[in-house]
Design a protein. Sequence first.
Length: 394
Amino acid sequence: MKYGTTSEQEKTSKILVVDDEPRNVKILQIQLRARGYTVYTAADGLEALDVVEKEMPDLILLDINMPKMDGFEVVERIRAHETTEFIPIVMITALRDTRENRIKSIEVGADDFIEKPFDSVEVLARVRSLLRIKAYQDTLAEHNSRLEEELQMARSIQEILIPQNGVQELSGFRIASRCCPEMAVGGDFYDIWEITPNRLGVFISDVMGHGVSAAFVTVFIKTILAEFQQQIQDNPGHLLEILNTRFNDLISSRLFMFATAFCGIIDIAKGELVCANAGHSFPFLFTADQQTYAAIGDKYAGNGLGIWQESVYETMRYPFDRSSRIFLYTDGVYEAKNPHGEEFTAERLQKLVSACAEQSVPHLIASVSEAVDTFTGTSPKEDDLTLIAIEVAE
């Protein structure tokens, strides 16, 4: 930008000049108004804060030494509020001001300095520079706000596709669940549906990665599952083969994406669980004979969906009577890390679930959730997390 020109955005910029010396205020006011800026003035710190609250200036020129409240405290108060924390602040300093004052100005949050007496060229150059930065910040904030709205809409849509967290009863079964995306939306997905009374279908999957891209793939999985879930009969492996073929044809052939999945049918009348695994974490099954939770399908996990077009998924059968329970999860559970970078681990998870063998499924989900949250503490979760437990309702 050439000296003497102002952009359209600059012409609408509002600048607050704060100084207890009327002569300094007048000089800056004349210089700034001559370039088209709207100028507000204040003679002390308290008055300045009042103007900031009412007018929300785009930039503040602030004297350090003032009555009632000095410039340092004004900066601290402005930076303490979310709505004003990014307003550029230029401290007005005198030659007599100490080096310590300048350092303190930076520490409390000032962006720049100008010295008395003012050099008009320097003042206007610094003002234009900081206003450009403010304009970029405002544009970024606007885009972030729009993105946040879109993500919240996507989250609402995904919440429609995935059963709600909590406890529900369906087809003679009690189901407890917790699904926590790492971001607004995620790549974990599960569905539970009634095939016939006392016959339940269950599906859980984990798409590579997390966030928006993974969430889009869960919509694809839900669409295919809804089309074929009532047709699988006693062959969940066939459903996984259909998903794998569609995944390869429509997604993996164009993008490097894959998903793990587990599909099962629980039949109380037959007393069995029929299931197939596509590279998913091994579920834990509790039976009256074993009196503990043991991993199932650990001899054949199968390929993940989208890895190989010709994958075949073996259908496996396990006893499941009225005292049995099944616990399903995604790898975000056992890969959760504590502040020291240590993982929760699958072994720790199985021991924990086995220690809760006498608990009902709602209490089991609550116990595991509490243990994982306690383990991770303040560490941010790096992946989506899903827990599901199913038992026969009394």
